[in-house]
Design a protein around this ligand. Structure first.
Ligand code: NAD
Ligand code: 89Y
Length: 339
């Protein structure tokens, strides 16, 4: 299986390391508008075919899929270009600038019959995945309450300066993952109510968001995100969980510590993710999840099934992002299905 990657920036380095670990997959071409980044990345990963123009790279072809690792503003034109060339596509989150763009992108690839996945990796973090499987297997019965929480004071702006510049910040950038984890745990969402705040005066968008979700299956969850929280211990980039079910409770605490309590007793399990050879703390759980997500994409192509975070599924997560902003702006509860 051969792939091409567009966007050789901060996060693409993880994607390229992960591709090099997946048997039978090779990235044969790279594209970045920035020649220095293109050269550095091409040299680091031994990839000779290099382009500053994605249209030219796709016209020359010689690969089965394209992995789009640029920031949100270029997602729609690049996905539509990939669709014109009949390629399988992965596109980084956030899906698109608007829900309308996202739907058009999904339709463009669907019309080709090729596979389209969003690089939504948090639900693939091994600790979160463990909990998702536990909850789905019914260990604590039917969940009726959940808290999915990401609170940190970590400086994400030095590695990703664009995060300080956008009108939208934490829901679009990070909350999108946490909302997706809530969907993976408790199912689709009928209604969402959100509040937002900006605490850090040096950035443009909101850095705190508190969201209440009513899930179709009957559970309620609180999804809370902050990049303005100074805490000991600093837990970046852990997502902490608290889940009440009809047959017990489950918590995923700081340090990837899982506790499950049922009538049979209480168990405690350490779920510290492995440190891959190319990974570094504290990013290692995100980096591992990139590898696991990309494996799912390749397995889906080989097995002729949809990847778990296919565009069709991720539209529902993206609708929650849009609904959260609308709710915060207008001070009312929003049904994402109506957007
Ligand atoms: P970045 O700015 O460091 O890198 C983007 C690169 O794309 C730049 O080198 C830029 O020159 C290039 N580029 C932009 N438009 C292009 C075009 N049309 N053709 C060719 N090259 C183009 O950004 P980043 O921090 O690597 O983020 C990229 C994406 O990854 C964002 O959407 C971000 O939200 C996402 N991201 C995801 C995770 C995750 O855990 N899933 C983590 C961090 C970032
Ligand atoms: O861009 C974000 C993401 O997707 O995961 C963490 C991050 O890098 C900063 O919030």
């Amino acid at each position: 299986m051969k792939g091409a990657l567009v966007g050789c920036g901060f996060f693409a380095q993880n994607q390229l390391h992960a591709w090099s670990e997946i048997e039978g997959v090779e990235i044969v071409a790279l594209c970045d508008r920035d020649e220095d980044r293109l050269t550095q990345t091409g040299e680091a990963f031994g990839i000779a075919r290099r382009y500053t123009d994605a249209a030219q790279m796709l016209a020359e072809g010689g690969f089965d899929f394209v992995d789009i690792a640029t920031t949100v503003g270029t997602h729609r034109p690049l996905v539509e270009l990939a669709a014109q060339h009949d390629l399988h596509v992965i596109c980084q989150k956030p899906f698109a600038p608007t829900l309308r763009d996202a739907r058009a992108m999904a339709q463009a690839v669907e019309a080709t019959g090729k596979t389209f996945a969003i690089h939504e990796n948090f639900r693939w973090q091994s600790a979160l995945r463990h909990v998702i499987e536990e909850v789905r297997s019914g260990v604590i019965g039917t969940p009726f309450f959940g808290r999915v929480s990401f609170r940190s004071g970590y400086d994400v702006f030095s590695g990703q300066p664009y995060l300080a510049e956008g009108e939208r910040f934490i829901i679009e950038d990070l909350g999108i993952h946490i909302l997706d984890v809530a969907r993976a745990l408790f199912g689709d969402v009928d209604r969402i109510t959100a509040t937002t705040r900006r605490i850090n005066p040096a950035i443009r968008g909101e850095d705190v968001a508190t969201m209440l979700l009513a899930h179709s299956g009957g559970a309620s969850s609180v999804v809370d995100c902050s990049y303005a929280t100074q805490r000991v211990l600093e837990t970046f980039p852990e997502t902490l969980l608290e889940i009440d079910g009809t047959g017990g409770t489950l918590t995923l605490d700081a340090g990837y510590r899982l506790r499950v309590h049922t009538a049979e007793g209480t168990t405690q399990t350490e779920l510290d993710p492995p440190l891959l050879s190319w990974a570094e703390r504290p990013w290692h759980n995100i980096q591992e999840s990139v590898l696991i997500f990309q494996r799912d994409f390749i397995a889906a192509l080989r097995e002729g099934r949809a990847p778990e975070t296919a565009a069709a599924d991720n539209l529902k997560t993206f609708a929650l992002v849009e609904a959260a902003y609308l709710s915060a702006r207008e001070g009312r509860t929003i049904a994402p299905d109506t957007l």
